[in-house]
Each structure stands twice: as structure tokens, then as C-alpha cells.
Design a protein around this ligand. Structure first.
Ligand SMILES: [Zn+2]
Length: 104
């Protein structure tokens, strides 16, 4: 279940501000604090969302990451077997081979 962050519109109670609530996706957002009943508003939250950070994590998830090295030259830091490490704008054969990545 996703975690949402709320904060009291006025002053916080013992839950503090912001406080987290775990709610099913289908459930309506809270308009009142479950503890003190005063009005609350939902915050835009990134809780529970984690972005992959390392190149090998990206590769395992099926991403291809290109790092610009020079004008028209990119290093494929997630190069898989058989892929060219460097990609040149004018050389299509150096582009990542998507048919090897997309198997189904
Ligand atoms: Zn409260």
C-alpha cells in the first residue's frame, strides 16, 4: 500500500507535521486528522519511491544509459554483451541493439 504524507492545515497535534498514513490506492484522501480530527492536507510525497542509482541496476532494469563524451560521441555505460561501448552519431552500427534487450 502506498504511503501518503499529510500535514495539519493549522497547528499539529501529537502526530506532528508532516505525518504519514498508509492507505489503499482506492481510498479517498483524508481531510481530517485521524488523531485530533482537525483539517489536514495531503502533501506531494516521494516516500516509497526509490530511483535506481548505479549503472548495473539500470542495466538490470532494462535501461540504456548514454553519457556524452564528445560531440556526437556517447559512452554506453550500461553496455551489455556484444554492445559497443562507445556510440558515434554517424555510425549506426555502434547504436545499442534493442532487439537484444527486448526479448518478449
Ligand atoms: Zn492531528
Amino acid at each position: 500500500m502506498p504511503v501518503y504524507e499529510y500535514e495539519h492545515v493549522e497547528s499539529p497535534c501529537s502526530l506532528g507535521d508532516p505525518f504519514e498514513v498508509t492507505q489503499p490506492l482506492a481510498e479517498k484522501q483524508l481531510v481530517a486528522c485521524p488523531a485530533c480530527g482537525r483539517p489536514v492536507k495531503k502533501l506531494i510525497s516521494l516516500v516509497g519511491i526509490s530511483a535506481p542509482k548505479t549503472n548495473s541496476e539500470l542495466r538490470d532494469l532494462g535501461f540504456t544509459k548514454l553519457v556524452k563524451k564528445d560531440d556526437g560521441v556517447y559512452e554506453n555505460v550500461t553496455a551489455r554483451d556484444g554492445e559497443s561501448r562507445y556510440m558515434h552519431r554517424d555510425k549506426p552500427e555502434t547504436m545499442p541493439d534493442l532487439s537484444k534487450i527486448i526479448k518478449d
